[in-house]
Design a protein around this ligand. Structure first.
Ligand SMILES: Nc1ncnc2c1ncn2[C@@H]1O[C@H](COP(=O)(O)OP(=O)(O)OP(=O)(O)O)[C@@H](O)[C@H]1O
Length: 296
């Protein structure tokens, strides 16, 4: 079996009293795309910064493309787009692409990069004059200039409109289809579904769920049920996540809304104003973790 291109083994990283990563392990093979999902502060960016060689783990080991990502040989095989990107404001898009290309032995030709990421029309514009979404597209494109073996994208499509997001997904898919290895973080399961084969759900620095996209989709497939009822038998609430139970107002996350509503009817609960809706991913995290998704 080929050696994994990304190897994270029992990694722990703390920042003072905060344990950002707690005994995390992950192997990614060539041509594989893995999405890291989790609420704010879960540890996603910390994981990517260790893989990018920007930080060192307190415990455990990190290897990328056969080496320590803090060493230049492994770093040369890496393309990275961090969450916050500061492009040189006075350089044009083509100048920035050329600047990055100048650091690599065999870069992708400028025109090809610009076309692949839909940046041809922006080539002569100064980065400082681009919209936030346009700057984001440039920043993501730069990760691919050096023909990397591994690309790390931290929330790549934050702030992009739908067409820009779809175009970027297409370009990233092309990289993976060509044998590239991708690790991306996201808050959106649909983005991970669009790009990744496997998913890691992290929270409080720990891996809660790891599996294929379908497996994780199954575990996060909860429904939000809202109704009014003067009394609900306590055992009906077991196995649900109670969001609101205030007077006659009840709001729950349930794994199977059909079954839950059938139970309400069977037990002759006098409910009214029933609403069933798909839960957001943050709510699905809540059902998985028992803690609010967004703690930022
Ligand atoms: N340089 C730092 N100094 C102190 N604490 C840090 C530092 N970097 C990260 N942390 C803390 O580590 C935890 C994990 O942060 P991290 O940025 O990895 O989360 P995240 O999952 O990427 O969140 P988000 O979705 O908001 O980007 C958080 O509690 C954060 O406050």
């Amino acid at each position: 079996m080929p050696a994994p291109v990304v190897e994270v083994a029992h990694v722990t990283r703390t920042f003072g009293p905060v344990t950002a990563l707690d005994d995390v392990s992950l192997h990614v093979e060539a041509g594989e795309a893995v999405g890291v999902l989790g609420p704010n502060g879960a540890g996603k960016s910390t994981l990517l910064s260790l893989l990018a060689g920007l930080r060192r783990p307190d415990r455990g080991t990190v290897r990328v493309a056969g080496g320590d990502p803090r060493e230049p040989r492994a770093r040369a095989r890496l393309g990275v787009t961090p969450q916050a990107t500061g492009l040189p404001q006075t350089l044009t898009v083509r100048e920035v692409v050329d600047f990055v290309a100048g650091h690599h032995r065999d870069p992708v030709p400028r025109q090809e990069v610009l076309e692949r990421f839909g940046l041809t029309d922006l080539a002569r514009r100064q980065c400082g004059g681009l919209s936030g979404g346009q700057q984001r597209r440039v920043a993501v494109a730069l990760a691919f200039v050096g023909r990397p073996q591994v690309v790390l994208l931290d929330e790549p499509t934050t702030g992009l409109d739908v067409p820009a997001r779809l175009a970027l997904w297409e370009a990233v898919r092309g990289f993976v289809a060509g044998g590239g290895t991708l690790l991306l973080t996201s808050h959106h399961l649909e983005e991970v579904e669009a790009l990744a084969h496997r998913v890691l759900v992290v929270d409080h620095g720990r891996v809660l769920v790891a599996g294929t996209v379908e497996e994780v989709r199954g575990r996060t497939d909860v429904r939000r049920v809202r109704f009014r009822a003067a009394h609900v038998p306590g055992d009906l609430l077991a196995g649900t996540e109670v969001l609101v139970h205030d007077g006659d107002r009840v709001e729950l996350l349930v794994p199977d809304a059909d079954e839950f509503v059938r139970d309400l009817v069977h037990r002759a609960v006098a409910f009214r104003d029933l609403e069933v809706a798909a839960a957001s991913l943050e709510e699905a995290f809540l059902a998985l973790t028992g803690t609010p998704g967004d703690r930022s």
